[in-house]
Ligand binder design. Structure first.
Ligand SMILES: Cc1ncc(COP(=O)(O)O)c(C=O)c1O
Length: 304
């Protein structure tokens, strides 16, 4: 990771190296935080952040679910994100806002702990590698089940919940795979460690429903919208492990992962083992949209 100049902390631009917190921060001990991952792309009209307000609205929803107060309005965090991106001299990259509990309470009850907001930005290339974006990645169904609605809030982006994703990711990498795919506690397909899943069979596109215990991904919503614009049928439903093996095509979506084809699942090739036509079309439409070449959804771009 290449450091940038500033990090925004509670309203101040702080030098990257000075952006530190106390070791007794509640969020550090108990995972009591909510965060976002956002990308900005170079366009003909300068850098544009993709669906920025909706990401910050999701941050506000996640924080509400956790019960942590945010001192800043959605508009203020949107403005600060763009100012920071600009101050760091970036033309494209990643934006990471985080709301977390600081010091003041060391019991589980965070009452009395201070609440903080920070934003960082940095350059970030293809999360699952350029090779993965071009030729597809190898995925393994994880031995870890995705956190369920009965234990946490899978559709809130809470820091503590990501211990589940980290375990799944590490297990997949240790096994020689590129990414994990988690089932939910009922045995239905949920999502990757940091991505939503899509599969195509007989020309119909399917993705696990929100009730399956997945994050309400903005890239998921983007791809559903773009594929429907293009005339594809897209169904949000429960999906089984066998559905994975019978798929003609499969891909992951996420802010970090963008649209990444899956060429193999559980050591079985997906289709003929190469990215298929629907996946390539989704990739193409996605890139055209985030870089402003598709004007139909220009309202999704927030110019810096
Ligand atoms: C668990 C999980 N699922 C899905 C996604 C994709 O969400 P989005 O497209 O909003 O980045 C992410 C990334 O934030 C994630 O962490």
């Amino acid at each position: 990771m290449q450091p940038t100049k500033y990090i925004w902390m509670d309203g101040e631009f702080v030098d990257w190296d000075d952006a530190t917190i106390h070791v007794l921060s509640h969020g550090l001990h108990y995972g009591t935080g909510a965060f976002e991952g956002i990308r900005a792309y170079e366009t003909d009209r300068g850098p544009a952040v993709f669906r920025l307000t909706e990401h910050i609205e999701r941050l506000a929803r996640s924080s509400k679910a956790l019960g942590i107060p945010i001192e800043w309005s959605v508009d203020e965090i949107v403005k600060a994100s763009k100012e920071l991106f600009s101050a760091n001299g970036l033309t494209s990259g990643y934006i990471r806002p985080l709301v977390y509990y600081g010091t003041g309470s060391m019991g589980l009850n965070p009452a009395g702990a201070s609440a903080h907001t920070m934003i960082a930005t940095w350059e970030w290339g293809a999360y699952l590698g350029e090779e993965g974006v071009t030729n597809g990645i190898r995925v393994k169904v994880s031995s870890w089940r995705r956190i369920g609605h009965d234990s946490l809030m899978p559709n809130a982006k809470l820091t503590g919940g990501y211990v589940n994703s980290v375990q799944a990711k590490q297990e997949a990498l240790r096994g020689g795979y590129d990414e994990a795919l988690m089932l939910n506690t009922d045995g239905f397909v949920a999502e990757g460690s940091g991505e939503n899943l899509f599969l195509i069979r007989n020309g119909v596109v399917r993705t696990p429903s929100l009730a399956s215990g997945v994050l309400e991904g903005l890239t998921r919503d983007t791809v559903i919208t773009l594929l429907r614009d293009d005339g594809y049928e897209v169904i949000e439903t429960e999906m089984t492990r066998t559905d994975l093996y019978y798929a003609d095509e499969m891909f992951f979506t996420g802010t970090a992962a963008e649209v990444t084809p899956i060429r193999e699942v559980d050591d079985r090739p997906v289709g003929d083992g190469r990215p298929g036509p629907v996946t390539k079309r989704a990739q193409e439409m996605f890139m055209d949209t985030v870089t402003g070449r598709n004007e139909r959804h220009s309202d999704w771009l927030d110019y810096v």
